[in-house]
Design a protein around this ligand. Structure first.
Ligand code: BJ8
Length: 424
């Protein structure tokens, strides 16, 4: 892929040697964690292709779209209403990063005690190694956790950042604030793109993004089968890719993958033998290429059948109502849908406890692993209440805290294996 795209990366202002190292590490990692799996689905060819071209073809598409006058908008949180961007003929890309590679650069401006996800996106920008970042006309931050909120002030010195104010509670006044924020965001997007968001355009974008959520809901339902027809690693990758790829293409390809899964289920074929412990992961998002924990779970004798996370069901569970007739209705429906997100940045956030227990029962899991990134206070502290709710429901739980490094891999491996042994 390298020589073919080098000129494009250079034009984007990237640091080519540093980017080469990233691609090499990504390729090796992907080979070890994904391509080594046995009996993979035919539909996984799409995943392999997208990943092999993740910094090539898709970026070329973005560059071409920009040449035609389209705007590319980067996001860090599932709170950003993508529908508004697509309705204005724009393109969204999820920028949360899951690798350590720019950590040194990030630690020049951030305390070491910052969560790995924030350090990663800051490092990616400062080290100029992410072509998605470099393709963005603007990035959208939000006031979720304190770490992100403050990091966006520094990121703004390196690239244009616009911050949405996400409320911290879910009272009527918070909903009103969020609706106003969506309107403010809509003004920004219209100004940036020069496109007026008509009711027709917005309705179309709502349907398109809902379709993407619906296909992911279908995938999640199929994972309930015993034995489950797809590895957790592949399912996570599907969710990760949903933040980068063109939504209609993604929906079509994952629809085909789901057809294949249905055929597998009909033949009672699973990706693991019946009786393999079923584990669900809950907590912080796992951005590409953060596959450390899923790999440890699945090489440790269990299978991951669900992710209660923003790169998982928290992003796909709720749809925007499609029966809005007027622009005002649609704005209300968008507001209501996004206010259902049960991020740990809210207080109280008891609906998340209910959602996790319900999901664990529904997927018939043998245990839940709560995944927190070190220095993430919202999820780290909420883990206490979540653990208590799961224990009360008689669902075994393991709480872990980690980062993107491999330093704790051995300890984590032992803890995960001991947990899998216990729930077997
Ligand atoms: S809606 S989960 S995508 S904020 S891991 S940066 S919380 S210190 S990512 Fe998130 Fe939106 Fe919530 Fe979802 Fe902060 Fe924690 Fe780091 Fe985090």
């Amino acid at each position: 892929m390298h020589s073919q795209y080098e000129e494009m990366w250079d034009r984007l202002g990237m640091d080519i040697p540093a980017h080469d190292s990233l691609l090499e590490a990504l390729g090796n990692f992907y080979g070890d964690i994904y391509l080594s799996q046995e009996g993979r689905l035919k539909g996984a060819e799409y995943l392999d292709f997208v990943l092999s071209e993740v910094h090539g073809l898709r970026i070329q598409e973005l560059v071409q779209a920009k040449e035609q006058g389209k705007k590319v908008i980067g996001t860090f949180c599932v709170f950003v209403p993508e529908e508004i961007v697509w309705a204005a003929n724009g393109i969204t890309v999820g920028l949360c990063a899951g690798a350590e590679i720019g950590r040194e650069a990030a630690e020049r401006v951030l305390p070491r005690s910052t969560c790995a996800l924030i350090k990663s996106f800051m490092g990616f920008k400062m080290a100029r190694i992410c072509p998605y970042f470099e393709s963005c006309d603007i990035v959208i931050g939000e006031t979720t956790c304190d770490g992100k909120k403050k990091a966006f002030e520094i990121l703004d010195e390196h690239t244009p950042v616009y911050v949405m104010e996400v409320p911290q509670m879910k009272e009527a006044r918070d909903r009103e604030l969020w609706k106003q924020e969506i309107v403010r965001f809509m003004d920004l997007v219209q100004e940036l793109t020069g496109v007026v968001i008509t009711e027709e355009r917005l309705a179309g974008a709502i349907r398109m993004i809902n379709d993407r959520r619906r296909v992911l809901q279908r995938l999640n339902r199929l994972r309930k089968a015993v034995p489950t027809p797809i590895s957790g690693r592949d399912a996570l990758l599907v969710n990760q890719i949903s933040f980068y790829d063109d939504p209609p293409r993604f929906t079509e390809k994952i629809g085909e993958l789901c057809d294949e899964l249905e055929a597998r289920i009909e033949k009672a074929e699973g990706v693991v033998p019946r009786g393999t412990p079923r584990v669900m992961v809950s907590g912080c998002p796992m951005a590409v290429p953060n596959w450390k924990l899923p790999f440890l779970i699945e090489s440790g004798g269990a299978v991951m059948v669900g992710e209660e996370s923003c790169i998982g069901t928290r992003n796909t569970r709720d749809l925007v109502r499609e029966d809005g007739r007027t622009g005002e209705d649609m704005l209300d429906h968008l507001t209501d849908r996004y206010m259902q997100i049960d991020c740990a940045c809210f207080t109280p956030n008891n609906e998340r406890l209910d959602n996790v227990v319900r999901m664990a029962r529904d997927l018939e899991v043998d245990g839940v692993i709560h995944y927190g990134l070190q220095f993430c206070h919202p999820y780290g502290i909420e883990a206490f209440k979540l653990e208590r709710a799961l224990k009360a429901a008689d669902i075994p739980v393991l709480t872990i805290e980690t980062d993107y490094s491999n330093e704790d891999a051995e300890i984590l491996k032992n803890r995960v294996e001991a947990f899998v042994e216990m729930i077997r």
